[in-house]
Write a protein that binds this ligand. Structure first.
Ligand code: ADP
Ligand code: 5GP
Length: 201
């Protein structure tokens, strides 16, 4: 069984922050490093945050069927390789995917045991502030992310996701996020013990 914990939400909603906090506390977590055609941001590390590749190489990977899922987001291509899933989601590891709503739908179809969490910003004004804090200026990346956010929030609210967290106070959100993860972790790493309790979703 592939153990896959999917986190989605608009850019700037706090996914990376929550995932980093969770990873520090749980040795069983591995992070799925996606391939992308977007440019590296200051402070990002190639092969740790993303595999930064050219559009030509990304298209080659699509043609060779190397992706479990891929999508175009904010005019750039992003994808999770099959290799990443096969390498990191078996045994005693749980793989965390930070992917958009289109990718999450594909993963849910292919991996029916995966769990899906949506991180919602407390509002568009707060999302703008958080994106500003990260991007430092009103660049085109910032604008594209705000435009996409409303559509993503609509999908997040549609009932597709197993859980939804409104990330207002970070400590409260982390507490909820950790509880959801731990329930999933118990259901997939100790399935026999939990069968009688109906753990999981
Ligand atoms: P994402 O991974 O969803 O794009 P990040 O985790 O990078 O978002 O968060 C975007 C910015 O918002 C970062 O500067 C982060 O420190 C900040 N942030 C995250 N969660 C909160 C919160 N609950 N309250 C205030 N700021 C937050
Ligand atoms: P960012 O450029 O801000 O890091 O990410 C932009 C969006 O792309 C986010 O919603 C993020 O979850 C999504 N994303 C990152 N990697 C993948 C991936 O491999 N597949 C898909 N479908 N979306 C991804």
């Amino acid at each position: 069984m592939n153990k896959i914990f999917v986190v989605s939400g608009p850019s700037g909603s706090g996914k990376s922050t929550l995932i980093k906090m969770l990873t520090k506390e749980h040795d069983c977590i591995l992070f799925s490093v996606s391939h992308t055609t977007r440019k590296e941001r200051e402070g990002e590390v190639d092969s740790e945050d993303y595999y930064f590749i050219s559009r030509k190489n990304f298209t080659n990977m699509i043609n060779k069927d190397l992706f479990a899922e891929w999508a175009e987001v904010h005019d750039e291509l992003y994808g999770t390789s099959i290799n990443e899933i096969e390498k990191k989601s078996t045994g005693d590891s749980i793989l965390i995917l930070d992917i958009d709503v289109q990718g999450a739908e594909i993963i849910k179809d292919k991996f029916t045991d995966s769990l899906h969490v949506f991180i919602m910003p407390p509002g568009i004004v707060e999302l703008e502030k958080r994106l500003m804090k990260r991007e430092k200026k009103l660049n085109s990346e910032f604008r594209k992310r705000l435009i996409t956010a409303e559509e993503e929030i609509r999908i997040g609210e549609s009932g597709f996701y197993d859980y939804k967290i409104i990330n207002d106070d970070i400590d409260e959100s982390y507490n909820k996020f950790r509880n959801i993860f731990r329930k999933y972790m118990r259901s997939v790493l100790l399935p026999d013990k939990n069968n009688s309790q109906g753990a999981g979703k």
